[in-house]
Design a protein around this ligand. Structure first.
Ligand code: ZN
Length: 51
């Protein structure tokens, strides 16, 4: 019932959570920081700007 989630990686309580991609093999949800970290781990160099 609570609106609080815990980041599966850093354990921080988060109110805005992100669903990890299936290939990351992570159970639960991620905070924004860990999510973007994972993104750059899995998709290095894929940070060109998008129009
Ligand atoms: Zn986190």
């Amino acid at each position: 019932m609570g609106s609080k989630y815990k980041c599966a990686l850093c354990g921080e309580e988060i109110t805005k959570y992100f669903n990890p991609m299936k290939e990351w093999k992570i159970e639960g949800v991620l905070c924004g920081d860990c999510y973007s970290k994972k993104i750059s781990e899995f998709y290095p160099g894929d940070h060109t700007r998008i129009n």
